[in-house]
Design a protein around this ligand. Structure first.
Ligand SMILES: NC(=O)c1ccc[n+]([C@@H]2O[C@H](COP(=O)([O-])OP(=O)(O)OC[C@H]3O[C@@H](n4cnc5c(N)ncnc54)[C@H](O)[C@@H]3O)[C@@H](O)[C@H]2O)c1
Length: 261
């Protein structure tokens, strides 16, 4: 079943007059999140460093009847993020949903920090960690006291397994989820995270070596391939009123690969 064809009764509320900002929105999870939120009626603002791809992603959403804007920007650039969040806020008088999804995650970053080296580790943390901080801080004033305001950070199963530069950056994302849930709760903003396991996005299919795919799959407790829709469903739940009493949590969507860690 495609997301577009989800039965209406599974859609808990329409998101008309809702603005959702999705970082890393040009492809993969980000585009899928944007499409799903637009399907529920939200105006979606996609942010990405890849200008042509983010414009195409927004155009694809509009072509299927959704409302979407593509904006070029680096999540680690706090000045740019402040300006983009202010623009996004102007559409419906605030921001309701922020998905901190942009991240560097090629196989290269799954090395120990000593092997990756400081310049690449610094950039990894700038995007994966400082990017979450910059976007959250920039969006906060536009989300405060909006009914149902919610942030979802995209961490990773690697956060719970340890031993790599990438996993460490994602453990910081899980930590920031608790920190921001504490800081923003008084303003009515819920903050949660999703830790996806191995999900077959185009990037993972093309770039992850076959032996790594096989090794990770063997760690799952159930023998199915993770799909983008598995993570999208978790995001739709966490940003909906059905999750109104949930904040500061990291939900693992991993086929059990990170169970018990
Ligand atoms: N695919 C998986 O199996 C998997 C598993 C666990 C976690 N994740 C996480 O999910 C998120 C999305 O993964 P994906 O597979 O869709 O990735 P992807 O590589 O397909 O897409 C990521 C997008 O982020 C953009 N981006 C990168 N740096 C940016 C920056 N500084 N500012 C703005 N945009 C930037 C890229 O241009 C790209 O369009 C990432 O944070 C990743 O770490 C993915």
């Amino acid at each position: 079943m495609t997301l577009r064809n989800r039965p209406l009764e599974t859609i808990e509320r329409t998101r008309t007059e809702t603005t959702a900002v999705v970082t890393g929105g040009a492809r993969g999870f980000g585009k899928a999140f944007g499409t799903a939120l637009a399907d529920e009626g939200a105006t979606v603002v996609l942010i990405d460093v890849d200008e042509s791809a983010v414009q195409k992603a927004a155009a694809d959403i509009r072509a299927s009847g959704g409302s979407a804007i593509g904006v070029v920007g680096d999540v680690a650039d706090e000045t740019a993020m402040a300006a983009i969040m202010a623009e996004a806020s102007a559409v419906n008088g605030g921001i309701d949903v922020l998905i901190n999804n942009a991240g560097l995650h090629s196989d290269e970053y799954s090395k120990p920090i000593g092997e990756l080296g400081l310049p690449k580790t610094r950039r990894l943390f700038e995007v994966n960690v400082v990017g979450v901080i910059a976007c959250t801080v920039a969006a906060h004033p536009h989300m405060a006291h909006r009914d149902g305001a919610s942030i979802v950070n995209i961490a990773s199963a690697a956060a719970h397994l340890g031993g790599t530069a990438y996993g460490t950056s994602k453990l910081a994302v899980a930590g920031l989820t608790i920190t921001f849930a504490r800081e923003l709760g008084a303003d009515g903003i819920r903050v949660n995270a999703i830790s996806p396991g191995m999900i077959f996005t185009d990037t993972i299919r093309a770039e992850l070596p076959d032996e790594v795919k096989a090794r990770v799959k063997a760690m799952q407790l159930i023998d199915i391939d993770g799909a983008e829709s598995d993570v999208v469903e978790a995001m739709l739940f966490l940003t909906s009123g059905r999750a109104r009493f949930i904040t500061g949590e990291t939900l693992r969507v991993t086929g059990g690969m990170a169970a018990g860690t």
